[in-house]
Design a protein around this ligand. Structure first.
Ligand SMILES: Cc1cc2nc3c(=O)[nH]c(=O)nc-3n(C[C@H](O)[C@H](O)[C@H](O)COP(=O)(O)O)c2cc1C
Length: 211
């Protein structure tokens, strides 16, 4: 018997095509509220959601993405297998560009935690650098995203996490006008306009071992 949690987790798909309606703001806030309950290292709660509504900001992101693609295509022309690389660049461009058609576009990032165990040790010179900080914040982003996405799914919304745009767009924080947040990914949300087939997933024996 599948529980409702099992069903949400198993049936969730990344949705890249959306219906025209914009989800109610109250739903987005419910999703953000659950994201805020996620665990984080030392309860630092570093994750921030920045919804991008401004057509001007979207247009500047889109311009930056296009010029990133042009630069990559030009650089790829000088490589040993230019056609392969060109296909990859164009595929990842498609995996990025749909975000501008989504009813809701959110940039997700982290703020530097004010304190934290490894930061204190690094500041005191006990350890060299604060190596743990980056992975701690990334893990916190993953948890927050999972809660956000699953609540959306329960409400009948589809979503997709995107990191490919970060490869195309440089100085993304500057374009978004955020100083204190390091952007980790984009997130699109809307009513699903497609029912993708489930991609092959590994089984327990593939990803679990006991030592
Ligand atoms: C960290 C991360 C980055 C991703 N980046 C992109 C992206 O840039 N563009 C995209 O279309 N999908 C992206 N995805 C979605 C994955 O392609 C998707 O999760 C994977 O193919 C499995 O499909 P499923 O989510 O339907 O199970 C990303 C997912 C994760 C977790």
């Amino acid at each position: 018997m599948m529980s409702s949690l099992d069903e949400l987790l198993i049936e969730r798909r990344s949705i890249r095509t959306y219906g025209p309606e914009t989800p109610p703001e109250a739903w987005i806030e419910q999703m953000i509220n659950l994201a805020a309950q996620a665990p984080s290292s030392g309860n630092t709660q570093p994750v921030r959601f920045i919804r991008v509504n401004s057509p001007e900001v979207k247009a500047s992101l889109q311009r930056a993405m296009k010029s990133g693609r042009e630069q990559f295509l030009q650089a790829a022309a000088g490589c040993s297998k230019p056609k392969n690389l060109r296909n990859w660049i164009n595929a990842y461009y498609r995996f990025s560009a749909f975000m501008f058609q989504a009813p809701v576009l959110i940039a997700v990032g982290t703020v530097a935690p004010a304190s934290g165990f490894s930061r204190r040790l690094a500041e005191a010179g006990v350890i060299e650098a604060d190596k743990k900080r980056e992975s701690d914040t990334d893990i916190a982003v993953g948890f927050a995203l999972q809660s956000f996405i699953l609540k959306g799914q329960e409400l009948g919304l589809g979503s997709c996490i995107l990191t490919a745009p970060l490869v195309f767009i440089s100085r993304i924080e500057e374009l978004l006008g955020v100083r204190d947040v390091e952007i980790k990914c984009f997130l699109t949300v809307g009513f699903p306009g497609e029912t993708p087939r489930k991609p092959k997933k590994k089984g327990v024996a593939d990803i679990y071992r006991q030592i």
